[in-house]
Design a protein around this ligand. Structure first.
Ligand SMILES: Cc1ncc(COP(=O)(O)O)c(C=O)c1O
Length: 388
């Protein structure tokens, strides 16, 4: 059957020159970003400071809504930031660790930046509990749920694990957290754009991520969803004039908070990055995440099958329902193999305890999977010959 999604390939120049299997790290750039960047420069050049009023001020909220649609977030509930680490800081600043409820529960499968941030909050009184993985692939759900107790304040966890593509049981984690009065900060960086996310169905408290991977939006735009009832009452201490009810009043003294999404922002927005993000978001919305997911399940299954045929270790769940968009394959000398693949224009990456990560997206052909695996086979053969 013809793969309908391949008609989007022409939107991404890099696909003409490379085997691009690295959307878990940086999605391919849409051709339309050239025009978006030119539009940005033209507006700045021609309208000068009036660009703020005419377009830029509202951009942070508009792009937030464009991201929000993809996760079924209500309008106005998604603020934009530079990155996920900043989003953690905004959330943390809404709480304090001086009371009995000061425990942070996270897992060693989180993205390191998210760990470093929460570990650093010990200095402010947070008690931090790390749940460890047994196999380097899955998060032990029961152990995680057991760690969430009446003293737990926040549970910052990845929805899809960056190393193994394991899909965490977000429903169970959120349900347990709510039962004991804790809040979950769900990092959907590795899910949104390739795995369906519905923040309303999940009853998520907070969800954050960035647009540069599966959303093909480039670096510089992170996003933070705050559930509307929380959004009305939380008061981030990491704040600034963009969050003020009357920013152009330039009032002295404490802030008077505006409504979300600006309530969760702080200083001047990252306009060029917001402009660059829009073409990718438009394409993803047009393709539709259910279709992306269907194809991703098929292509990741094929990669696993090919890896198995060669006897390479697969550090990714085999159950498609628990597997995100990446397949981590640990073949012999994986780091070296990865370097060689890059030289051959096959773009993938290598991570410790994962292996070579291959991440097909809606724009990849089935042949590209065979090309990548065939190249690994060839490289390993050449290395074996060289050793002899
Ligand atoms: C799950 C996850 N969270 C966060 C990040 C990055 O965090 P930040 O946006 O702060 O650089 C990544 C990867 O870059 C990731 O895979």
């Amino acid at each position: 059957m013809a793969d309908e999604l391949l008609r989007y390939r022409s939107e991404f120049p890099i696909l003409e020159r490379t085997t691009y299997l690295i959307s878990n790290s940086l999605g391919a750039m849409p051709r339309a970003v050239y025009d978006a960047m030119k539009g940005y420069a033209d507006l700045w050049a021609s309208r000068g400071v009036r660009a703020w009023e005419e377009r830029w001020w509202m951009l942070a909220a508009e792009v937030g809504d464009e991201i929000g649609v993809l996760m079924n977030a209500p309008k106005g509930s998604v603020s934009t930031h530079q990155n996920v680490t900043t989003c953690q800081a905004v959330v943390a600043s809404c709480f304090d660790f001086s009371g009995k409820r000061n425990k942070i529960v996270y897992t060693d499968m989180n993205f390191p930046s998210v760990m470093y941030f929460w570990e650093a909050q010990r200095a402010l009184g947070a008690r931090v509990h790390m749940v460890k993985t047994d196999d380097g692939i899955r998060v032990p759900t029961e152990r995680l749920l057991d760690a969430i107790d009446e003293t737990t304040l926040l549970v910052p966890v990845s929805h899809v694990i960056f190393r193994s593509a394991y899909i965490n049981d977000a429903e169970a984690i959120i349900e347990k957290a709510h039962k004991v009065g804790a809040h979950v900060v769900l990092d959907i960086f590795q899910s949104l754009g390739t795995v369906p996310v519905d923040v309303r169905a999940l009853n998520a408290d907070f969800a954050c991520g960035g647009v540069l991977k599966w959303l093909c939006g480039g670096p510089g735009v992170g996003y933070l969803y705050v559930r509307p009832d929380l959004g009305k009452k939380l008061e981030p201490k990491f704040t600034g004039w963009f969050a003020h009810r009357n920013p152009f009043g330039f009032e002295a003294g404490p802030i008077r908070y505006s409504d979300p999404p600006f309530r969760f922002m702080n200083g001047t927005s990252h306009i060029p990055a917001l402009e660059a993000a829009r073409p990718g978001l438009k394409i993803i919305a047009g393709v539709g995440i259910p279709r992306i997911r269907e194809k991703s399940k098929r292509q990741t299954a094929r990669l696993i099958q090919l890896a198995d045929q060669h006897g390479w270790r697969v550090n990714t769940p085999r159950d498609p329902e628990r597997r995100g968009g990446t397949v981590s394959i640990d073949m012999p000398d994986a780091q070296e193999v990865c370097r060689e693949l890059l030289k051959r224009e096959i773009l993938v990456d290598w991570r410790p305890k994962a292996g070579v990560r291959m991440s097909p997206h809606f724009y990849n052909t089935d042949e590209e999977l065979e090309t990548a695996i065939g190249a690994v086979e060839e490289i390993l053969k050449e290395r074996a010959m060289a050793v002899r």
